[in-house]
Ligand binder design. Structure first.
Ligand code: GUN
Ligand code: ZN
Length: 647
């Protein structure tokens, strides 16, 4: 349905979604090329055919001010004017007020015009908030914009979806408050405005702060567009912070300046001697050849190259979301520019907010190159929980460089007491039982990393022995290190995953561990002859089976770990079908994407167990898509009791 926005994959706040308009579906993150109707360098239909562009943006103000364009647009629609059958968004003329001070626009007239020419997404005329605005000016720009959005929504009729712009200058409180206020008007689409000057001046840390503040206030189930941020340099970071759509006039603007875009920055064509780009333009023409073309041809060639770079960078970002490696990409990109590095530092300073969206595990490990990676919110989350576990006799493990697959070489017999610990490198000291759990076993470690705490000082402090891993072998570092057994591994992982109290409740009574005959690895926890938990080898965490859900449901405070659904969903989730967000009526605030959860009815009865795909506020905001990947429903569990140990 028009206006639908559905989450397909995610990596923290970053997400791959499907946005639907009257002219088809757009997979986000996406970048829409800006089409200037007066100066079409590449036609929109060609963009679709050659670059896979499903959505473009054009300016209704420019169209309305030119008689010929206006009449054609009114007669043939904006799609006819641009010769494009995909999604067309129109901007309102606000940017022209930022560039030329003598522009005057009537807010309701320009919105009406956008509707009249059949725009798929029409932008309410907003007030551009400049970075140097005082608090009063920024508040005013945001408030006037919000009032216009309210007006637009009260007169909303079929046709165009409505885009509302968050303004508020460099004041995070104003951005967040305005975003929340706009959200209450329930427009279809949100844009973050007033950021072009930040892009132009490479003030990326300020830009990151503006995005985060705006995201905090916006409803999470709607598309978010960062206005005018069409340079590849910023894309990975902006997507990491939850921006879905971008527009770029820069692919052409740079071309007029003779500049070739690359993911790490741009290079003047005149300075480019060896182009490593393999796009169709660059593989046909060497840089010198492009430089000697006549102006029109060279602008066209550079524009095409720039569009290829932008669209391929987005593909790379999407692949990273799919792999769960976007933080790795952003960290690598941050090192290509000091301003981007500052922006990354700004992002890390919002770890508390970001970690609400961080999963316990990803499909990709962390690249620990230096101390910076230790500040990543997923590691910070792991570190806070795992280093807090101090059971009576647990051995601690120092994670050092080691081989990637070290966890497959358990060798508890070797012990090298008295090893030189001064030169050890690593990420920290954790319970030995948790080494198969994300991110320890799944990550890569540089030998140059300083370990925060040495095992001998650790032993002195806590009286625990420590093990280290090197060359694929376990080495005992001090006195008192005992070989952990499977049940103690299960208990510690459960404690890390669910908390001490619930770990004990789960693993009490008649409990047994099963493990793989081939690898010796933990596989399942059985209780009373039924499968309670399943150990996932890929991330070293437990999947809760229905019986485990029953035990947890019996001891958890009401609502904890739970997602509550309306009666309509009961027949579906009870037999193990996914729970869709439109049926969710409430959820535990503490659940994060990827967490194990219980699905309950409105009376609190247990219906199913599964993994949360969304956070509570996302479940309540997304109108479409899956909220919980249900693993086992109460009816499906009864029939599968014979065939346990399979999932
Ligand atoms: N294009 C670039 N920045 C902006 C902005 O703040 N508002 C609108 N409407 N368009 C823009
Ligand atoms: Zn190229």
């Amino acid at each position: 349905m028009k206006g639908d926005f559905e989450l397909l994959e995610r990596d923290g706040l970053a997400r791959i979604c499907r946005f639907e308009t009257a002219h088809g579906k757009v997979e986000t993150p996406a970048i829409m090329p800006v089409i200037n109707p007066n100066r079409k360098v590449i036609s929109a239909s060609e963009m679709r055919a050659r670059f896979g562009v499903d959505m473009v943006i054009t300016n209704s103000y420019i169209i309305s001010r030119n008689r010929e364009l206006r009449e054609k647009a009114l007669k043939e629609g904006v799609h006819g004017l641009l010769d494009f059958d995909g999604t067309v968004m129109t901007d309102s003329g606000t940017f022209q007020t930022h560039v030329y001070s003598d522009v005057s626009v009537d807010p309701s007239e320009i919105l009406e015009f956008q509707r009249a020419i059949g725009s798929d997404v029409a932008t309410v005329f907003d007030v551009f908030s400049e970075p140097d605005f005082t608090l009063g000016q920024a508040e005013n720009a945001a408030a006037v914009t919000a009032a216009r959005v309210k007006e637009a929504m009260s007169s909303k009729r079929g046709g165009s979806l409505i885009a509302a712009t968050v303004q508020g200058g460099l004041y995070p409180e104003v951005r967040e408050r305005t975003a929340r206020r706009l959200g209450e008007e329930a427009p279809d689409y949100f844009t973050i405005g007033g950021v072009v000057p930040l892009m132009e001046e490479y003030r990326f840390a300020d830009l990151a702060s503006v995005i985060i503040a705006s995201k905090k206030g916006l409803p999470p189930g709607r598309p978010v567009h960062l206005f005018g941020a069409g340079h590849p340099l910023m894309l990975p970071l902006a997507v990491l912070l939850g921006c879905d759509l971008f527009d770029s006039a820069s692919y052409v603007k740079y071309a007029y300046d003779g500049r070739m875009m690359f993911p790490e920055g741009s290079i003047a064509l005149s300075d480019l001697k060896y182009s490593w780009c393999d796009c169709p333009v660059c593989s046909k023409h060497a840089p010198a050849e492009m430089a000697s073309m006549d102006e029109n041809e060279s602008v066209l060639s550079i524009s095409e190259h720039n569009l290829y770079i932008l669209t391929s960078e987005l593909k790379r970002i999407k692949q990273a979301i799919h792999e769960g490696s976007l933080w790795n990409l952003v960290e690598a990109r941050a090192r290509s520019s000091p301003q981007l590095f500052d922006a990354y530092a700004e992002v890390l300073s919002h770890s508390n907010y970001l970690s609400r969206f961080e999963p316990m595990s990803r499909r990709s490990g962390i690249n620990f190159v230096d101390g910076l990676s230790l500040k990543r919110p997923d590691f910070a989350r792991f570190f806070a929980s795992a280093s807090g576990i101090r059971p009576g006799k647990a051995d601690r493990l120092l994670v050092v460089r080691g081989e990637r697959q070290y966890f497959s070489h358990y060798d508890f017999t070797s012990s090298d007491i008295g090893e030189d610990t001064a030169s050890l490198t690593g990420v920290g000291i954790f319970p030995i039982q948790i080494t198969e759990t994300y991110p320890l076993a799944q990550s890569n470690y540089s030998a140059a990393m300083e370990c925060a705490e040495k095992p001998d000082s650790y032993s002195a402090r806590f009286g625990y022995g420590a093990w280290r891993i090197a060359d694929g072998r376990w080495r005992r570092m001090g006195a008192g290190a005992n070989k952990p057994d499977r049940l103690s591994q299960a208990l510690i992982v459960c404690e890390y995953q669910f908390g001490r109290k619930y770990a004990e409740a789960l693993l009490s009574g008649d409990v047994q561990c099963t493990y793989s005959r081939n690898t010796g690895k933990l596989r399942s926890i059985m209780r009373d002859g039924r499968q309670l938990l399943f150990f996932r080898t890929e991330d070293g965490l437990f999947s809760v089976k229905f019986h485990g859900g029953e035990v947890l449901h019996g001891v958890l405070a009401k609502g904890t770990m739970s997602v509550e659904c309306s009666d309509d969903a009961i027949p579906f989730v009870s037999v193990g079908k996914s729970l869709f967000s439109r049926f969710v009526t409430d959820a535990d605030e503490a659940l994060r994407p990827g967490d194990e959860c219980l699905v309950v009815d409105r009376a609190g009865n247990l219906l199913a167990v599964g993994r949360a795909v969304l956070r509570k506020e996302e479940m309540l905001s997304f109108g479409k898509g899956v909220a919980v990947d249900v693993r086992e429903g109460r009816s499906s569990s009864a029939s599968s009791r014979q065939s346990e140990d399979t999932k």
